[in-house]
Unconditional design. Structure first.
Length: 253
């Protein structure tokens, strides 16, 4: 069989061109570790086998949010369960940024997730305990502000990706007793040290026991723990809710 005649210099040009294309394609290929190029402060579920843990490609190819179903509406937790105590830290300077970032101290969550949280409250009340929430829905504009103040993905989710709080599908909580007094935990809220990790075995035995009670109560209602922050939980089906940027005071709930 006779090959078609192609001048050598043309072949060389094709060769160089295809090599160049190969390099360009390789540069655009995603890294093997899906988290390597992501700046997500709260991406990894404690449950390693949980399909939700494959964060980054899923974040980009999310199924469309169900069109305004009742379950996807943002609701104010006070209208769902007024016995849950509020301490919305980002509405005060008592947070890691040392400034107030929220216009209002509100806990807004997707209705289905708020209902689950109310169930947790009921189960804790049976033990003489209750929940106190530090943070719920967080507008994307606030995420950008946090990122300006601390552009470090170990502490703050990159707004280019968004936090699960921006979806109204994550909650930061602790335990209180019957009188509303906070129970001792291994750290304060937003302590970004190893002491906030679920596997941390230091601190008092009581603080570790409280952490365990909180984790069990939340997990029983389908909330997914975060291994590096004892206070943070993702609600069930958090992926189906999209990032939002509606200011807190504009949400009618
Ligand atoms: Zn959180």
């Amino acid at each position: 069989m006779r090959l078609p005649q192609i001048p050598v210099n043309k072949l060389m040009r094709y060769g160089l061109l295809s090599a160049l294309v190969a390099v360009m394609v390789a540069c655009q290929m995603p890294p093997t570790n899906p988290f390597a190029s992501q700046s997500v402060a709260e991406p990894v579920s404690q449950v390693a086998s949980e399909p939700n843990a494959t964060a980054s490609p899923a974040e980009k190819a999310l199924p469309p949010q169900p069109a305004n179903t009742a379950a996807s509406q943002l609701v104010d937790i006070r209208s769902i369960n007024p016995r849950i105590v509020l301490d919305i830290r980002y509405a005060t300077p008592n947070n890691f940024t040392h400034r107030s970032l929220y216009s209002q101290a509100r806990c807004l969550l997707r209705a289905a997730i708020a209902a689950d949280l109310s169930q947790v409250q009921a189960s804790l009340e049976a033990q003489g305990l209750g929940l106190k929430v530090y943070d719920c829905y967080r507008p994307l504009a606030v995420q950008r502000k946090m990122w300006q103040l601390m552009p470090d993905s170990r502490y703050v989710a990159n707004p280019a990706v968004g936090s699960r709080h921006n979806r109204g599908s994550a909650v930061d909580v602790t335990l209180v007793d019957r009188t509303g007094r906070e129970l001792e935990m291994p750290t304060d809220f937003d302590d970004f040290s190893d002491r906030a990790h679920l596997e941390y075995q230091g601190g008092s035995a009581q603080s570790r026991r409280h952490r365990q009670i909180l984790q069990q109560a939340m997990n029983q209602q389908g909330f997914i723990s975060l291994s590096t922050e004892w206070w943070h939980f993702d609600g069930q089906n958090w992926q189906q809710y999209q990032v939002m940027d509606v200011p807190l005071e504009k949400v009618k709930a």
